[in-house]
Ligand binder design. Sequence first.
Ligand code: ADP
Ligand code: MG
Ligand code: ZN
Length: 549
Amino acid sequence: MKQKRWMGPVVFAMVGVLCLLFFIQGGRDTPETLSYPDFWFLAEEGLVDKVAMGGGDMWQVTLKDGAKAQTPDPRAQDGKERLLKLNIEVQERESAGPGLALGAVLLLALLFFAQARDRGAAGLKKFAAVQVDERVPQVTLKDVAVPPETLQSIRDLADFLKEPRKFGEYGARAPRGVMLYGPPGTGKTLLARALAGEAKAPFFAMGGADFVQVYVGVGASRVRELFRKARKAGGGVIFIDEIDAIGKKRDSANDEREQTLNALLTEMSGFSGEDGVIVLAATNRLDTLDPALLREGRFDRRIEVGLPDCAQRLKILQVHARKKPLAPSVSLERWAEQTALFSGAQLETLLNEAAIRAARRSGGQILECDVEKAFCSVTVGEDSPRRMTEEEKRVTAWHEAGHALITRRLLPKARLTRVTIIPSSRGAAGYSMSVQPDQLLHTRQELMGMLCAALGGRAAEEMLLGWENVTTGAANDLKKARDIASAMAGEFMMGESGDAEEDKKALLAQAMEETRRILSQNLDALEALSDALIKRETLREEEIAEILG
Ligand code: ADP
Ligand code: MG
Ligand code: ZN
């Protein structure tokens, strides 16, 4: 015990020395110098995060992307006001340096002792007091580019938030929990904010990491507080970002996570739609979530937010180009075509980088070469998007066209709602989505049709590339085909010989042959479909119908 007492001051002395070193070090490296006009260009483009002045004859500038720079201090009267009007954080340092560092160390020490002293219930309460930004967000749905279906789902939620009672009067069940899921950077957080902004409702947001704390029980009490605040405000959007942090499948015992999750589930079942509260959560991976979260009455509405296709990428680029001085020669259409597999966030970074380059050039306008250079830097960076090569596009398009064509020819009752070459969050290279008619019984012919449709991708690849060059992209399809064939041969006794294993093989061979035959008889249609896919990346029901006649 005694030993521990004097350990504290020693640790702080060490931290103090480190801080000092840090400050001295910080003064040494000189960041890039921006000319004063360039600086204002960046500032007006909204690319500057904060400016520290008063620490010498330079302003220390931090850009939104974290980069540091400096620009001469003009010693003008209105500089600060102009910055503040642009919503840029301004720090004025009077006499920075060791004094400040010492102050910081003292403060740290105080905090630590205060914390160590009341680790009991009182301390817990204090830690539970969360900082929630509950203002109505400025963003609205105008700032988000998502497919029309997604936009409509969010509009519906906004309508509900605007007039929760109206829905009740008509006996409609109020939405409770909505799960946004899809790859990182596709705009889930943005959508949640835009929903609140659109409905002019307050926004209560927390990241999953806020909940998983060292102290057991803190996460749970934060959840309760979040809901309490929303109720007190008379409704709004509660947003739980990165819910995976608390909502992972309960594989290992983790008390803290479990308690937090339970608190969330309890709170969610405790409010009625009339409160005008909507709970939104976001995750990159739906399949890792605890099924309890997805059950009826919890996050039972799910909205997939996928990687954008070509048309959506154009819209996203347009949204982010709105306030940028883009030269007329820059073709956003062409950039949308070049950026397959980019997420919304990566597209935003692309234009942002281009703007920074234009500013450094003092060019006045963003030119094609700025975007070109930005593109190169974005695609070599650490979380760079995977590049989709032309060849990859061609093979995937041909593969998906194969599935689609066979589905249309052999399963006339199935609705082919969407074919795309943009990978889904489920991991397939591309996919065809068909809705099978709701029926209890399937004929042998229908099962055969499903079997052929599953093989359509591989068969098409084989026609395009030859047997030697077929890819592993069909692994899931082949598993599905084997499952269908084995059910047909086994459970349903639809084979010729009655020997399950032999029948399965025969059915597969027969289906493959049939598939090849249909594809080669419809080469024109196959080609038209795959060309359209290469160009538009995603085809909707009407477009498919139009191409296939
Ligand atoms: P996620 O939460 O899905 O990881 P974010 O919402 O944090 O993605 O996206 C980060 C940024 O990328 C957004 O603030 C926005 O600038 C841009 N962005 C992403 N998706 C879109 C989109 N669909 N439309 C417009 N901007 C987008
Ligand atoms: Mg997010
Ligand atoms: Zn396939």
